[in-house]
Design a protein around this ligand. Structure first.
Ligand code: NAP
Length: 307
């Protein structure tokens, strides 16, 4: 069976694409390695998605997106990690979760995965004090001391979230200025549980069975110090999930897919949307916007091809 539109990734970009493709009456299938939501599932609260001025949890918003996509006829296949993407003539063949899916167009909205620090102890202590998801693991650190690494929106927002549980949150950043937007920086400043640790990088994560400390290096003086902590939450950006389509797209040096403003990649019929794409602002609203544009471009591509 050849679908009109295959969408890989059921985050905001993929589900918005599914809504628009569904409304264009295209036979649409969304494939996701887990369940719908993408990074929304690891986000406690969204307060900058238009209309939800009182805030909405990431889970609730992802449920609304899913229901909306299904209302317009999109089908969603959960728990199917993509193994490969190839072209059979001009048909896209996606192998995922041991099955084969075929589509006349493909919207790649596979998002990104947390970047690793790549320091000794990091891999060893995952699940034993090292985490990349405050919403998933924060509750394990009730009345404990944790470190958050990073200086962007994610690090500061997650540091704030962790103060619900932890008695102390060190916010370790490699420079003396945070990258996060000012409103979040102001909240961090006002929170007495958060102590910024600036101009420091983590050189190792230490412990016996669980994390007990981090070794820090001062980026100005080069001096090393040991900070006792029970957990380390790492939010230093994300790596785009591009491997299965790498041979079909152009990317930036960092691996983000280059598209034009219609979300077209260098392969006809293949579009990219959301965090996997090179763009200046990565937000739920811009992911949804990318998805809408990609679906309309796929519609146009099919109309031009099939009349
Ligand atoms: P980000 O904006 O890329 O920030 C990554 C942070 O980690 C930067 O402060 C960076 O330091 C630091 N960093 C990178 N590599 C490092 C390393 N090896 N060692 C130590 N520190 C390192 O990533 P993000 O915060 O995950 O945000 C990703 C995107 O999502 C952004 O566009 C962001 O605006 C968006 N976002 C938005 C919201 C929201 O609107 N509420 C929430 C979360 C994320 P430097 O500053 O020195 O480069």
């Amino acid at each position: 069976m050849v679908r009109d539109v295959l969408i890989v990734g059921a985050g905001p970009a993929g589900l918005a694409a599914a809504i628009y493709a569904g409304r264009s009456q295209l036979d649409t299938l969304v494939i996701d390695q887990m369940m719908p939501g993408g990074q929304l599932l690891i986000t406690e609260e969204i307060e900058n998605y238009p209309g939800f001025y009182e805030g909405i949890t990431g889970f609730e918003l992802s449920e609304k997106f899913r229901q909306h996509a299904e209302k317009f006829g999109a089908r969603i296949e959960n728990g199917k990690p993509v193994e490969s993407v190839d072209l059979d003539g001009d048909i896209f063949v996606v192998k995922a979760g041991g099955e084969e899916f075929r589509g006349k167009t493909l919207i790649w909205a596979a998002g990104s995965t947390p970047r690793k620090l790549n320091v000794p102890g990091e891999a060893e202590f995952v699940g034993r004090g090292v985490s990349y998801c405050a919403v998933c693991d924060g509750a394990f650190f009730k009345d404990k001391t944790v470190a958050v690494v990073g200086g962007g929106d994610s690090a500061l927002e997650e540091a704030l979230y962790l103060t619900k549980f932890a008695k102390k949150v060190y916010l370790i950043h490699r420079r003396d200025k945070f990258r996060a937007v000012k409103i979040i920086q102001d909240r961090v400043k006002r929170n007495e549980k958060i102590e910024p640790v600036l101009n420091k990088v983590v050189v190792s994560i230490n412990g016996k069975d669980f994390v007990e400390s981090v070794t820090l290096k001062d980026t100005v003086t080069g001096e090393e110090s040991v900070l006792p902590v029970d957990g380390v939450f790492i939010f230093i950006g994300n790596e785009p999930n591009v491997v299965p389509v790498a041979h079909l797209v152009d990317t930036t040096e960092q691996g983000f897919i280059i598209t034009d403003e219609e979300m077209k990649t260098k392969t006809p019929g293949l579009f990219a949307a959301g965090d996997v794409r090179h763009k200046p602002l990565k937000q739920v609203v811009t992911a949804a916007s990318d998805g809408a544009v990609a679906a309309m471009s796929a519609t146009k591509y099919l109309e031009e091809k099939e009349g």
